[in-house]
Design a protein around this ligand. Structure first.
Ligand SMILES: [Mg+2]
Ligand SMILES: [Zn+2]
Length: 185
C-alpha cells in the first residue's frame, strides 16, 4: 500500500492569516504545489487534515469551506487525495459545539482517513506548523515534521516540549520537510 503524508493546511500549504472565510482569502504558498508534486511522484498519498472551528463559531459555513477547498485543490494541481476537517469547537454553536473526536490534537481525523480512505499509517508522515498537528500523530507510526512557515515556532516548540514530544524533524517550510522525507524514507 502506498504510504500517506498527512498535511496541515493553514501555515503549511497556505499562508496563516487566521480564519479563511472565502476563497479570496486563501493565499497558497508558492512552493506548496511543487512540493506536493515531489511527494506524489515518490508514491505518497496526500491527505489534508485541518481544524476548521470557524464553522462552529458561525464565521463561515460548510459550503464556504467547500469553496475554499475547491480553490485550494485547483491551486495544488489537484494532487491531494482528500481533505478532512473538524468543524467543531468546544464552545461552538450551530450544532458543532461540545467535545468531539476529530479536533486536533486529537487523532480523530487520522482515524477517519483510515476508515474512509483505507490509508495505512506505516511508512507515512505528518507535516504541520503547530504543536497540535504533531500531537495528533502521537503513538502512531508516522514521522513528524514541524515547519516554521506558519505560527511563531518558539511557542509551538514549547507546547510540544510541555507535552513531552519532539518533532522528528524541523524545517523552514514544506520544501525542507519534503527534502527530509525523501532523503530519509
Ligand atoms: Mg496550521
Ligand atoms: Zn471535530
Amino acid at each position: 500500500m502506498r504510504p500517506t503524508v498527512f498535511l496541515d493546511r493553514d501555515g503549511t500549504l497556505n499562508r496563516e492569516v487566521g480564519f479563511v472565510r472565502s476563497p479570496h482569502m486563501l493565499e497558497v504558498l508558492p512552493f506548496a504545489r511543487p512540493s506536493l508534486q515531489r511527494l506524489h511522484d515518490a508514491g505518497y498519498r496526500l491527505v489534508v487534515v485541518t481544524n476548521q472551528s470557524g464553522i462552529a463559531r458561525g464565521l463561515y459555513s460548510e459550503n464556504d469551506l467547500a469553496a475554499v477547498h475547491a480553490r485550494l485543490h485547483h491551486e495544488l494541481g489537484e494532487l491531494p487525495d482528500a481533505y478532512l476537517h473538524c468543524p467543531h469547537h468546544p464552545d461552538g454553536a450551530h450544532g458543532y459545539g461540545g467535545a468531539c473526536a476529530c479536533r486536533k490534537p486529537g487523532p480523530g481525523l487520522l482515524h477517519q482517513a483510515r476508515t474512509l480512505l483505507g490509508v495505512d499509517f506505516v511508512g507515512g508522515a505528518l507535516v504541520g506548523d503547530s504543536a497540535r498537528d504533531l500531537l495528533m500523530a502521537r503513538g502512531l507510526p508516522l514521522r513528524t515534521v514541524l515547519v516554521r512557515s506558519g505560527k511563531p515556532v518558539a511557542a509551538e516548540r514549547a507546547a510540544l516540549q510541555a507535552a513531552a514530544m519532539t518533532a522528528d524533524h524541523e524545517a523552514d517550510d514544506l520544501v525542507g520537510a519534503v527534502d527530509w522525507l525523501l532523503r530519509t524514507h
